[in-house]
Ligand binder design. Structure first.
Ligand SMILES: [Zn+2]
Length: 388
């Protein structure tokens, strides 16, 4: 039996939340326009949950709301060695609603010229997409698109409907349609890799987080939590209970947060809050009082009063990771020969710094950083420092 965990699937949500032009016409029944990325991001999120439940590893090529350059997206997928790439979009024709029956409509799958693997993946996905919500099937289209051309493995870009068709524009907003689309794509991806599809409700890493002793009696349950982290890149949050970059779902700027804490969890030896956003979607964010504060509790979270009194790490600035191919190793002590590897941080990402030390076995010394709320070390030449 082929193991899903052997495959990394790159998930690409087209455009950014504010991308000019990429939106529906004004929709009178909801009183606004819908950004294409609102749909792309939701389907990608649901697809991520589907695939992770089936055992796949996933990589978000554009994890923030920004309009990530196409090259960064394919570079991320290629450098991580992703085994397939799925890009979700919503099509447009003339930018206006012409009335029922008069607008362009339907879904299509876009692949690169003469790419047999692209085509095989697209065929598997199309089999299921055709079975869902009734739409015109516009077929598998060979086209010169950056995402399918530059990604090294099989890649499919799905146009899931037309933004300037009022009926299909309203579908972008429909969570049942978003979830159904993600499920159909996941079924096709499972078939392509020869992996059994795991239907929702059968457990798995997402949707049923391990019970790690958190209870609804948590004094913080139901409260708002927000970022007090001043770093330019914001505070990471995740789609599963982990600090693993691969499950990073987005970042919180200073003062931004989640309206509802569900519970407190112990994850990889550190505290994490399971939280819900205003739409009820579940995410995970550090519970370290160095990075977040809980509304209504006296000053900080988890019953800890103010910053730790006894020399807990205090960040003085942040480090941008440079000078490595993909990622720098985060060590538990400033000696690369005897240290334990606590994790990695990707090139270009930032991490809070508390200082620097000479340490051992590194001519460039070590940066002392805060990782998962604890003191850790990164080789000097791999970081560029900026004071807060
Ligand atoms: Zn698009």
């Amino acid at each position: 039996m082929v193991k899903a965990s052997g495959f990394l699937i790159a998930l690409d949500d087209g455009h950014g939340l504010g991308t000019a032009g990429k939106r529906t016409p004004y929709i009178p029944s909801i009183g606004r326009q819908i950004q294409e990325n609102e749909f792309n991001e939701r389907v990608t999120y649901f697809l991520k949950l589907e695939l992770e439940r089936c055992g796949f590893r996933t990589l978000l090529t554009a994890p923030t709301d920004a309009d990530t350059p196409l090259k960064s997206r394919t570079d991320a997928a290629n450098s991580m060695g992703a085994d397939a790439l799925i890009s979700n979009h919503y099509n447009a024709f003339d930018g206006k609603f012409d009335g029922p029956g008069k607008d362009a409509e339907g879904h299509s799958l876009h692949i690169y010229f003469n790419d047999a693997e692209d085509r095989r993946l697209a065929e598997h996905i199309a089999t299921y997409l055709k079975q869902g919500t009734k739409q015109v099937y516009r077929g598998i289209i060979e086209q010169n698109l950056h995402m399918t051309r530059e990604f090294n493995g099989p890649a499919v870009l799905v146009e899931n409907g037309f933004m300037d068709n009022e009926r299909e524009a309203l579908l972008t907003f429909n969570e049942d349609f978003q979830r159904e689309t993600a499920r159909e794509q996941a079924l096709g991806i499972c078939d392509f890799f020869g992996v059994p599809y795991a239907a929702a409700g059968n457990g798995g890493p997402v949707g049923t987080p391990p019970d790690t002793g958190g209870t609804s009696n948590d004094p913080v349950a139901g409260k708002r939590v927000e970022s007090i982290y001043k770093g330019a890149e914001g505070l990471d949050f995740y789609s599963c209970p982990t600090f693993d970059d691969r499950y990073r779902a987005g970042t919180l700027k200073f003062g931004y947060g989640f309206p509802t804490i569900v519970r407190n969890l112990k994850v990889e030896g550190a505290d994490m809050y399971e939280v819900k956003n205003s739409r009820g979607y579940v995410y995970y964010v550090t519970a370290s009082p160095l990075f977040v504060k809980v509304e209504g509790s006296s000053q900080s979270s988890g019953g800890t009063a103010s910053p730790p009194a006894t020399g807990g790490p205090i960040a003085i600035g942040e480090l941008t990771i440079i000078g490595v191919a993909n990622a720098a190793i985060i060590q538990d002590r400033p000696d690369r020969l005897t240290s334990k590897n606590l994790g990695t941080i990707r090139k270009g990402r930032n991490i809070p710094v508390t200082g620097s030390v000479k340490g051992k076995n590194s001519s460039s010394g070590y940066w002392e950083v805060i990782y998962n709320g604890k003191r850790a070390y990164v080789t000097g030449e791999f970081g560029r420092y900026k004071a807060y």
